[in-house]
Design a protein around this ligand. Structure first.
Ligand SMILES: C[S@@+](CC[C@H](N)C(=O)[O-])C[C@H]1O[C@@H](n2cnc3c(N)ncnc32)[C@H](O)[C@@H]1O
Length: 438
């Protein structure tokens, strides 16, 4: 497979010209590669093997020297074998972003995502693991990927209409029923509501314990202007202005249950988005971290303490776990969530600064960085200071591949790599990689 990676940084300029394109392999950002007169065109809304009419998103005159153009398929002339009727009409041409593979059969989405991930690992130069074994697995009991998102960010236009943003666009578009959102979020019927002046976005959350949450976000939004509609039922409601979070109903927190443990999370804070993700990932971390009883563990990019709880069970009361998180509120909540585990302490810090300043090593580390990944300095520091095992939870295969290649050069090998479809109907992949000293 010859996969090209669509650069994420450049913004499309006004295009509009129509091209007939034959679609080739997937690119790394959810689009597919076609060629027009030798130039690469990254096409959205299509699938391998199709022939489509595509509308250029770039202006061919202004972008005459560009290495590549972007386009959106507006008509399918010859459908590929993987095409199915879309599960979300409003995410089609000129529609909302966040479901760029809604027209591709779910097993084919996972096959394509596996091919992309394998190619990224190959290109990065990863050698210590049989790359062809990397296959994106569904989350347990997730048959169709629908209703799985427990966190949805809605956008609001100047008239107060609530929708979602277009693909790589600031336009606010009608999101319709949003079949990917949890039923509790769909039941809020936000698309039928008119938001008060000054609302820029709305975060809706359907936690696994307790009521749903709605947070209206606007720098200058006046909390007194919010009239809570009946359709929100018993949902908690807050307003986040430039001055912070103002709860109108509830305390600005949501609650998540994983096994026997309850975690409090800020209503706008990070928590794994797929309904099954927190439980699945903590089970995989539990099986693979193998922190020694009485030993030491670090939970880097720890959020509100999800993986620190797992590590704490393994090291027991005689061991130590330090969870490091940059967001002050999340770090405070981690301390509260895990206060019954005296072996856990929290550090509010930038992970790289914290690890750099640390004296002495550690037995095992679990890290779960944002999409930018761990990076060269952190991988170098961990390669020296971790004695037994590193478990790397990643939501971005391209930065993971880069970091794994760096770890191999620093004397580590991959002993397990599992990938999961925790963002169905998109190209995003979550994974857990286990590294040991080579
Ligand atoms: C993908 S989330 C993982 C959170 C947690 N492991 C979980 O599963 O709930 C990444 C976390 O890293 C934090 N973060 C991002 N950059 C950071 C940095 N440079 N130093 C410390 N924490 C950071 C974010 O605030 C976020 O909570």
């Amino acid at each position: 497979m010859s996969m090209e990676a669509e650069p994420m940084s450049s913004t499309p300029t006004a295009g509009g010209r129509l091209l007939t394109l034959t679609i080739g392999p997937p690119a790394a950002g959810g689009t597919f590669v076609a060629r027009h007169e030798g130039r690469v065109v990254f096409v959205r809304g299509t699938a391998p093997g199709e022939t489509v009419t595509a509308r250029l998103l770039d202006d061919p005159e202004k972008q005459a020297d560009a290495r590549f153009w972007r386009a959106e398929a507006i008509d399918v002339l010859e459908a590929g074998v993987d095409r199915v009727p879309t599960i979300w009409e409003e995410s089609s041409v000129d529609g909302v972003g966040g479901a760029e593979w809604a027209h591709i059969a779910l097993p084919a989405q996972r096959r394509i995502a596996s091919e992309v991930m394998q190619e990224l690992l190959r290109r990065a130069g990863v050698t210590s693991y049989p790359i062809e074994q990397v296959q994106v697995e569904p989350a347990p009991h997730d048959l169709d990927g629908l209703g799985s998102r427990t966190r949805v960010r809605f956008a609001v236009d100047d008239e107060g209409r609530v929708g979602m943003r277009g693909w790589r666009s600031h336009d606010v578009r009608d999101a319709g029923e949003n079949p990917l959102a949890s039923p509790e979020i769909r039941d809020l019927r936000l698309g039928e509501w008119t938001a008060p002046e000054g609302t820029e976005a709305i975060d809706a959350v359907a936690p696994s314990a307790g009521p749903a949450s709605v947070v209206l976000i606007g720098r200058d939004l006046d909390p007194a202007s919010v009239v809570i509609p009946e359709s929100w039922g018993d949902a908690d409601v807050s307003v986040r202005t430039g001055r912070g979070l103002v709860p109108l109903r509830g305390d600005g927190l949501v609650h998540e249950r994983v096994g026997e443990r309850l975690f409090s999370v800020s209503a706008t804070g990070f928590w794994q988005g797929h309904r099954r993700a927190a439980e699945l990932l903590s089970e995989v971390v539990e099986r693979t971290l193998k922190a020694p009883h009485g030993g030491s563990a670090w939970d880097l990019y720890g959020g509100v303490g999800l993986f620190a709880a797992t590590a704490a069970q393994q090291v027991g009361h005689e061991g130590t776990v330090i969870t490091v998180e940059g967001n002050r509120r999340a770090s405070q909540l981690a301390a509260e969530n895990l206060e019954d585990l005296p072996q856990v302490s929290t550090a509010t810090a930038d992970v790289v600064d914290w690890v750099r300043a640390r004296r002495g090593g550690v037995d095992v580390v679990v890290l779960d960085p944002p999409r930018s990944g761990a990076g060269a300095e952190l991988i170098g520091l961990l390669a020296k200071s971790v004695r037994q095992r590193i478990v790397y939870v990643s939501c971005e295969p391209s930065t993971l591949a880069r970091d794994l290649a760096l770890a191999e050069k620093a004397g580590w090998k991959i002993v397990d790599l599992r990938a999961f479809d925790l963002f169905p109907h998109t190209h995003h992949v979550e994974s857990v990689t286990v590294l040991e000293r080579a």
